[in-house]
Design a protein around this ligand. Structure first.
Ligand SMILES: *Cc1c(COP(=O)(O)O)cnc(C)c1O
Length: 389
């Protein structure tokens, strides 16, 4: 389990958290070798979560695009409506193994908060979710879901009142309550061992893609695309495919596309620095202050990115690009009308890249897009914005 990805990663945390991180790393190393733990994880992922998720041929969309064949990895069909379930379940079981009684989490889109609240209910752990007030406003259905699942949602009114500030508050809580509490971090970010542990839990996505694509056409995809916020659905998709010949593409949020707009493209428009316990690419000013981000997709609205993506970016093994708010919204409507699927606005960024790419490739090529979540949470926002030209 690597702590460093080249110069990225590490564990830049106050001393009070060091024992908890070490305890977690040890517990995880033991648990992943324990057949009992793995059996329990697989049983719940299967019967409660709905794994494996299908690899679905988007026939109508592919025909319209007139190039490569587009397949969707349907994480939107997972319990809770997003890939977040994989990681929340894994860490929840680990927290129980460590004898913790309390889960805390941060959430942006609310999907991770919902996944944590589901796991908290199932494993009888008290659950507290920190959420920026801006995100609470634009993701109301998920706030309601968390509360109905028995979690406490704590509004965060600091800073930009989005994901970054929710993480700060969760870290503060963890420092105070570290003995009783597990911090169930929602993406492949933060101090070691979170990035590699979360990548492990999410790698079920890529393992299934590889198995399913081999069964469907006898090899890996020609191109594999995933959206990148903190980078957990993307790293889970990419990990098992790194050693195959598939081209990997990560799509960051391009924002409103106005000149000088940063969106939330930490890899495309940021530079290395330290935030939330890790060294990675960040959107920051000359003094190292974190810059405000903006995206139509709250789950992508984060100034940092997982440290493994920073290394994959530098090495060139993965190509990182952006899709703008407008492109994502258009992709949302296109998938809705061609395939009868309402994707999450985060996932719509990955779909937008497939829409750009497919017509440039021959019909014999296959593109797999990880559809990280479903769009029910975004309906109000989509309606408010209308159909962009
Ligand atoms: C949270 C979320 C994301 C972004 O998080 P990653 O860690 O980058 O995967 C993407 N899609 C959906 C549906 C989400 O809920």
């Amino acid at each position: 389990m690597p702590e460093w990805y080249g110069p990225y990663g590490g564990a830049y945390v106050p001393e009070t958290l060091v024992p908890a991180l070490e305890e977690l790393a040890t517990a995880w190393t033991e648990a992943r070798r324990d057949p009992g733990f793995r059996r329990e994880f697989q049983r719940l992922a299967h019967d409660w979560g709905g794994r494996p998720t299908p690899l679905y041929f988007a026939e109508n969309l592919s025909r319209e695009l007139g190039g490569a064949q587009v397949y969707l990895k349907r994480e939107d069909l997972l319990h809770g409506g997003a890939h977040k379930f994989n990681n929340a379940l894994g860490q929840g079981l680990l927290a129980r193994r460590l004898g913790k009684t309390r889960l805390i989490a941060e959430t942006g889109a609310g999907q991770h908060g919902v996944a944590t609240a589901m796991v908290g209910a199932k494993l009888s752990l008290e659950t507290i979710v920190y959420m920026g007030t801006v995100d609470m406003e634009r993701q109301k259905p998920n706030v309601l879901r968390m509360r109905l699942l028995g979690a406490t949602v704590r509004p965060v009114d600091q800073g930009t009142r989005t994901l970054k500030d929710a993480i700060n508050e969760a870290l503060r809580d963890w420092i105070t309550n570290v003995r009783s509490t597990h911090y169930l971090l929602g993406s492949a970010v933060g101090p070691h061992p979170f990035p590699s542990m979360v990548a492990d839990f999410q790698s079920v996505i890529g393992r299934e893609i590889l198995r399913q694509s081999r069964a469907l056409w006898g090899g890996p995809p020609d191109v594999t695309i995933a959206c990148v916020g903190g980078g957990s659905n993307a790293i889970g998709t990419f990990h098992p495919l790194l050693r195959t010949r598939t081209q990997l593409v990560g799509v960051e949020a391009g924002g409103d596309g106005r000149r000088g707009s940063l969106g939330a493209a930490s890899l495309g428009r940021g530079r290395p620095g330290v935030l939330h316990g890790m060294r990675t690419y960040l959107l920051q000013d000359r003094e190292g202050q974190i810059l405000p981000t903006e995206s139509v997709a709250p789950g992508l609205d984060y100034a940092g990115v997982g440290p493994e993506h920073a290394r994959l970016h530098d090495s060139g093994r993965v190509r990182y690009t952006t899709a703008s708010d407008r492109e994502a919204l258009r992709a949302f409507h296109r998938l809705a009308r061609t395939e009868g699927i309402l994707p999450a606005l985060e996932s719509s960024h990955a779909v937008a890249e497939a829409i750009r790419l497919a017509p440039t490739l021959p019909k014999t090529q296959r593109i797999v897009v990880t559809l990280s979540g479903r769009g029910d949470k975004d309906l109000e926002e989509v309606e408010r914005r209308g159909v962009p030209r």
